[in-house]
Structures are given as structure tokens and as C-alpha cells.
Write a protein that binds this ligand. Structure first.
Ligand SMILES: NC(=O)c1ccc[n+]([C@@H]2O[C@H](COP(=O)([O-])OP(=O)(O)OC[C@H]3O[C@@H](n4cnc5c(N)ncnc54)[C@H](OP(=O)(O)O)[C@@H]3O)[C@@H](O)[C@H]2O)c1
Length: 257
């Protein structure tokens, strides 16, 4: 029996990881801020799949929250075999419209927490000679898109660099880059989604299945859908000025669009 720790497990992509990993027989450590929601999720996954699901309430924008999750990942008596660094959020508005405190909170959750949790997990995994980490980035990593895109670009670069440094240790790391997925993300950020065409939306369960298949294949970067693979191919050959004009608007306006 292996154990997976998922941050941001209670909604969207994290909940899809929790469903899939529980169905595959993994025990889980579920991390988010809302204890009631975590406990309900743990009970449901235990009852449905017979796995053990532990609840760890933590706010990854705080020192105490990061410390608590890092300590759990470093607990040698109760090893974590797979870490899914998934917790994240969007801020409404463009640069200078977003309060500085919110920009810094984003960097704490998307960058500092990912760095410290990956480090805590992989140090313990390397001793055992096995383990895996999936860091959830975004296709926004590849286009000019404010602090959000910049933080996700860091996730991609960091993860692929760490994967290279740990090659041969038995520890795998992969950055996962989803396109638009219907979750609570856009509503929580107050972002309208009316201008996002239907074909751009991905299903969270299919995304997770493709991501886990890519991890098993040893990929360090996963862009799980042919539509987005093609789009990211186009992005590589499009002048950045032109790209910025398109990507700075999509899904970033206040309220319905
Ligand atoms: N949806 C998309 O279109 C999309 C596309 C590309 C990438 N992504 C990335 O995918 C990841 C998951 O997003 P999602 O769309 O599934 O979002 P979501 O539906 O809003 O779920 C976010 C999850 O993260 C938790 N969370 C948020 N802030 C947290 C904090 N400070 N500490 C601990 N947990 C926190 C939330 O629970 P609590 O509120 O209870 O803490 C919730 O479980 C994010 O990293 C996001 O950037 C999303």
C-alpha cells in the first residue's frame, strides 16, 4: 500500500487526483484549509474505496501551514510515496490592479510552498530510493500572464531542474500543465469565463488520468491534451508581443464577460 499527499484536495483538480488515487487503492493525506470539507472528503473516500484518508488542515500561505505539511512529508515512520503539489488560486485583475499582499500570497503558495514541500518529500524519498512528485503548473507558464503565469513558469523550470538533479535516485518529478479546467478556480477569483470557447475546457478526471500515465512513463513535463499540445507548439513560434495581446485578456476580467 502506498500513500499520496495532495494539497488542495477538496476541489477541482486536487479532488480529481484524490478520487483517482483512492480508486487505485492508495492511502491519502488530504490537505486544504477547510477542515469540515476535508473530513467529509476523507469519510467518503474511505467508505467508497476502503482506503485510509488522513486530514491535514493547513493554509499554505502561512509559515505554520507549510511547516506542518513539510513535517508530515518528512515523517520517516509514515512515508509519503507520492506528493501532488496542487493547491493554487488566481487573482482578479492585471498587474497593478492586484493588491501587493495578494501577489505575495500567490508567490508563497505557488512558489515557496512548492519548493519547501518538494524538498521535504524528495529528501525522504531519495533515502528510500523511490517516490514521485507532481507539481501542478499551467499552460500559463508559457505565455506572458502576470504573476500567475510567472509563478507557474517557475514551477515548470524548478521541477524539470530538480528532476534532472535527482535522475537515477528513483525519485520522479513532473510538472503538470493543464489548460482551462472547470473547477472552482475561476469563480473563486471572480473571473468571468464567458469568453473562453467550449473546446478549450478540459475534464479534471481525464486530465488526472493522462497526468498519471505521463508520470508512469517518466515524463518531466505533462501537457495532457492534444489540443493544448498543438496550441503550445504554436506558442513557441508566435512573437511574444502578439502572444501577450491575446493571453493578457483571456479569463482575467472582473465578473462575467
Ligand atoms: N482550473 C484551471 O483552469 C486551471 C488551469 C491550469 C492550472 N490550474 C492549477 O491547478 C491547481 C488546482 O486548481 P483548481 O482549478 O482545481 O482550483 P479550485 O477548484 O479552486 O481548488 C483549489 C484547492 O486548493 C485549496 N487551496 C487554495 N488555497 C489554499 C491555501 N492557501 N492553502 C491550502 N490549500 C489551498 C482549496 O481548498 P481550501 O480553499 O479549503 O483551502 C481547494 O482544495 C492550481 O494550482 C491552479 O493554478 C488550474
Amino acid at each position: 500500500m502506498t500513500t499520496a499527499l495532495i494539497t488542495g484536495s477538496t476541489a477541482g483538480i486536487g479532488a480529481a487526483f484524490a478520487r483517482r488515487l483512492a480508486a487505485d487503492g492508495h492511502d491519502l493525506v488530504l490537505v486544504a484549509r477547510d477542515t469540515k470539507r476535508l473530513t467529509d472528503q476523507a469519510t467518503e473516500l474511505h467508505d467508497r474505496h476502503g482506503i485510509e484518508a488522513e486530514v491535514l488542515t493547513a493554509d499554505l500561505s502561512t509559515e505554520a501551514g507549510i511547516e506542518a505539511v513539510a513535517a508530515r512529508l518528512g515523517d520517516r515512520r509514515s512515508p509519503v510515496d507520492l506528493l501532488i503539489n496542487n493547491a493554487g488560486f488566481g487573482n482578479k485583475g492585471r498587474f497593478l490592479e492586484v493588491p501587493m499582499a495578494d501577489e505575495l500570497t500567490m508567490l508563497k503558495v505557488h512558489v515557496e510552498a512548492v519548493l519547501r514541500l518538494t524538498s521535504a518529500a524528495t529528501a525522504a524519498m531519495r533515502e528510500r530510493g523511490r517516490g514521485g512528485v507532481v507539481n501542478v503548473a499551467s499552460v500559463a507558464a508559457f505565455v506572458p500572464r502576470g504573476t500567475y503565469g510567472a509563478s507557474k513558469a517557475w514551477v515548470v523550470q524548478f521541477t524539470q531542474g530538480a528532476a534532472r538533479d535527482l535522475a537515477g535516485s528513483g525519485v520522479r518529478l513532473m510538472a503538470l500543465c493543464p489548460g482551462f479546467v472547470r473547477t472552482e478556480f475561476h469563480q473563486r477569483a471572480g473571473m468571468g469565463t464567458d469568453n473562453i470557447p467550449n473546446w478549450m475546457w478540459l475534464d479534471a478526471d481525464k486530465l488526472v488520468a493522462a497526468a498519471l500515465a505521463d508520470l508512469a512513463r517518466g515524463k518531466t513535463l505533462s501537457i495532457p491534451d492534444p489540443r493544448y499540445k498543438a496550441l503550445m507548439g504554436l506558442v513557441k513560434v508566435t512573437p511574444r508581443g502578439l502572444l501577450g495581446g491575446v493571453t493578457s485578456k483571456t479569463g482575467r476580467k472582473y465578473g462575467p464577460q
